[in-house]
Write a protein that binds this ligand. Structure first.
Ligand code: NDP
Length: 445
C-alpha cells in the first residue's frame, strides 16, 4: 500500500477497534488508491479519505417486541448514514444474528462506491438488526418490524435516507416497515423505502435485479475473453433472493447451474437447478434446500461442507461475506475456473481474491457486480417521484444498460491506470473519484 495511505489506514483502524469486516473493506479500497493520489494531490490536502471513512451519522437503537408466547425480546437496531455527497443515503437493511456495527459499517462503506458506480444520484448507507427472522411467525416478524420502524422513521425520508432489503429482509419485511412508516408519519411517501410490492409503489424487476445484474456483469467479463455463459458449468452459493435470480438468469443464457447452498448444506443437481421448484421451496414455503433435494430426482444433498468443493467454470458467490477463502479459491482454479461474479458483498476473502487474480481468473467484485439491485432501487425511486410504473421489459433494459455501463467504466478505469482486466482496481478508483470530486466541490462538511 502507498505509504501516505498506510498512515491514514492505521488511524482509521485504530479509531474503529474490533470491526474486522469494516477494516477489511477499508484496506481493500485503500490498496487501489495510491495512483489516484499521485494524480490528485488535492484529495489528500482536503482529507477526503479520512472523511470518507468516518460516517456522517451512526444511529444505534433498542428494538423491544413481544414474541408469540408473550415474552419480551430485545434486539439492537442500526442505521449508518455514511456519505451523502452524491444523493440521499441509500442501502439495505440486514436482519441476521451476526449483525453488529462492524458489519453495518463494512456494508455502508462498500455502498458508497457501489452507488457511485451506478451513475445514479444516491449516497451510501446501510442498516439492520441482530434479529433473526428464521423460525419466527409472520406476526412476530411484523411486531419486530413495527418496533424497528418506530425508531427508524425519524431518521429516514425520500430526500434523506432510503433503506431497502438485504439478508433476511425481503418483500414481507419491507411491507411491514412501510406500513408502520405510513402510519406514524401520516404520509404516503413511496420513495422512503425500495423493494416494495408492485401494487403499492414497487418496481418490476427489483426482486430479480441483483441476481440478474450479477450475471449480466459476469457475461460482459466473459465477452472480453470471447466467451459467454452458454455451456458454462456454474456453482452458486446461497439460495436467497440474489442466488435464485442469478441461477435463473445464468440458465436463461445457456449455463447449467449444478449446485447451490444454504447455511446448513448444499445440493448438487447435475441436470441444472429447477428454478420453479427452488422458488416454491424457498420463497413460498420458506423451507430449506434439504426439502428441495427430497423432491427432485437425481439431486444429492450434502449436509454442512462447502459448495466450493463442486467443480465450476463460473462461480457466483451470492450468500454472505468471507464465505470463499484462499483454499476454496485454489481448488476452484484447479477445476478450470474462468470467472467469478460476486453477487454477495465481499464474499471472497483477500486471500481468495489474490488467488483468482494471480491465476488470471476474471474477477468481478461485489461493489460492481451486484450493483444492479441498488440501481433498480434508484429506478423505483424515479418511478415513485413521477408516479409512474414501467413495464418489465423497459426496466430490464435499463438494468442491462446500467450493468454494461458499470462493467465498461471499471474496465476503462483499469486500462487508464495501467492494469487492464483488474476490475477491483477499476471499481475502487471509478467509484472513489466520483465521490471525492463531489466532496471537494461541497466544501469541508
Ligand atoms: P437472503 O436473505 O435472501 O439470502 C441469503 C442466503 O445466503 C440464504 O441462502 C442464506 O442461507 C445464506 N446465508 C446468509 N448468511 C449466511 C451465513 N452466515 N453462512 C452461510 N450462508 C448464509 O439475502 P440476499 O440474497 O438478499 O443477500 C445475499 C447477499 O447479497 C448478501 O451479501 C447481500 O448483502 C448481497 N446483496 C443483496 C442485495 C439485494 O438486493 N438483496 C443487493 C446487493 C447485495 P440461510 O437461509 O440458511 O440463512
Amino acid at each position: 500500500m502507498d505509504a501516505r495511505l498506510e498512515s491514514i489506514k492505521d488511524t482509521v483502524l485504530a479509531r474503529n477497534p474490533g470491526e474486522a469486516e469494516f477494516h477489511q473493506a477499508v484496506v481493500e479500497v485503500f490498496e487501489s488508491l495510491g495512483p489516484v493520489h499521485d494524480r490528485h494531490p488535492e484529495f489528500l490536502e482536503a482529507a477526503i479519505l479520512e472523511r470518507l471513512c468516518e460516517p456522517e451519522r451512526q444511529i444505534i437503537f433498542r428494538v423491544p417486541w413481544t414474541d408469540d408466547s408473550g415474552r419480551v425480546q430485545i434486539n439492537r437496531g442500526f442505521r449508518v448514514e455514511f456519505n451523502s455527497a452524491l444523493g440521499p443515503y441509500k442501502g439495505g437493511l440486514r436482519f441476521h444474528p451476526s449483525v453488529y456495527l462492524g458489519i453495518v459499517k463494512f456494508l455502508g462503506f462498500e455502498q458508497i462506491f457501489k452507488n457511485a458506480l451506478t451513475g445514479m444520484p444516491i449516497g451510501g448507507g446501510k442498516g439492520g438488526s441482530d434479529f433473526d427472522p428464521r423460525g419466527r411467525s409472520d406476526a412476530e416478524v411484523m411486531r419486530f418490524c413495527q418496533s424497528f420502524m418506530t425508531e427508524l422513521y425519524r431518521h429516514i425520508g425520500e430526500y434523506t435516507d432510503v433503506p431497502a432489503g438485504d439478508i433476511g429482509v425481503g418483500g414481507r419485511e419491507i411491507g411491514y416497515l412501510f406500513g408502520q412508516y405510513k402510519r406514524i408519519t401520516n404520509r404516503y411517501e413511496s420513495g422512503v423505502l425500495t423493494g416494495k410490492g408492485i401494487s403499492w409503489g414497487g418496481s418490476l424487476v427489483r426482486p430479480e435485479a441483483t441476481g440478474f445484474g450479477t450475471v449480466i456483469f459476469t457475461q460482459e467479463m466473459l465477452k472480453t475473453r470471447g466467451t459467454s455463459f452458454d455451456g458454462q458449468r456454474v456453482v452458486v452459493s446461497g439460495s436467497g433472493n440474489v442466488a435464485i435470480n442469478a441461477i435463473a438468469k445464468a440458465q436463461t443464457l445457456g449455463a447449467t447451474v449444478v449446485a447451490c447452498s444454504d447455511s446448513s448444506g448444499y445440493v448438487v443437481d447435475p441436470a441444472g437447478i429447477d428454478v420453479d421448484l427452488l422458488r416454491e421451496v424457498k420463497e413460498v414455503e420458506r423451507g430449506r434446500l434439504k426439502d428441495y433435494a427430497e423432491r427432485r430426482a437425481g439431486v444429492s444433498y450434502v449436509d454442512g461442507g462447502s459448495v466450493w468443493d463442486v467443480d465450476a467454470t463460473v462461480a457466483l458467490p451470492c450468500a454472505t461475506q468471507n464465505e470463499l477463502d484462499g483454499g476454496a479459491a485454489a481448488r476452484l482454479v484447479r477445476s478450470g475456473l474462468l470467472a467469478v461474479g460476486e453477487g454477495a458483498n465481499m464474499p471472497s476473502t483477500r486471500d481468495a481474491v489474490a488467488v483468482f487474480q494471480e491465476a488470471g481468473v476474471l474477477f468481478g467484485p461485489g461493489k460492481a457486480a451486484n450493483a444492479g439491485g441498488v440501481a433498480t432501487s434508484a429506478l423505483e425511486m424515479q418511478q415513485n417521484a413521477s408516479r409512474d410504473s414501467w413495464s418489465f421489459e423497459h426496466t430490464e433494459e435499463r438494468l442491462t444498460e446500467i450493468m454494461v455501463g458499470i462493467h465498461d467504466r471499471c474496465a476503462a478505469t483499469a486500462d487508464e491506470y495501467g492494469e487492464p482486466g483488474n476490475y477491483v482496481l477499476g471499481a475502487n478508483i471509478g467509484g472513489f473519484v466520483k465521490v471525492a470530486d463531489a466532496m471537494l466541490a461541497q466544501g469541508l462538511i
